[in-house]
Write a protein that binds this ligand. Structure first.
Ligand SMILES: [Zn+2]
Length: 61
């Protein structure tokens, strides 16, 4: 699983997401940026910033 915490990019935001594919995490994160943080266009370095902050998440068994 890949995990992204919005607070690592936007301090104070509690939103986070996780998915099997990095691309899916990026897609959800971009959607969240648009809807919650008012980004009307997606800049190249936003995707880069998101990717840099995606972490591997081990399943908890
Ligand atoms: Zn956020």
């Amino acid at each position: 699983m890949k995990r992204f915490e919005c607070g690592s990019l936007v301090p104070g935001c509690p939103w986070h997401t996780s998915a099997d594919e990095e691309a899916e995490v990026v897609r959800r994160a971009v959607e969240h940026m648009r809807t919650t943080h008012g980004e009307t266009f997606i800049r190249e370095n936003m995707v880069k910033n998101i990717k840099e902050r995606i972490k591997d998440e081990e399943p908890v068994n």
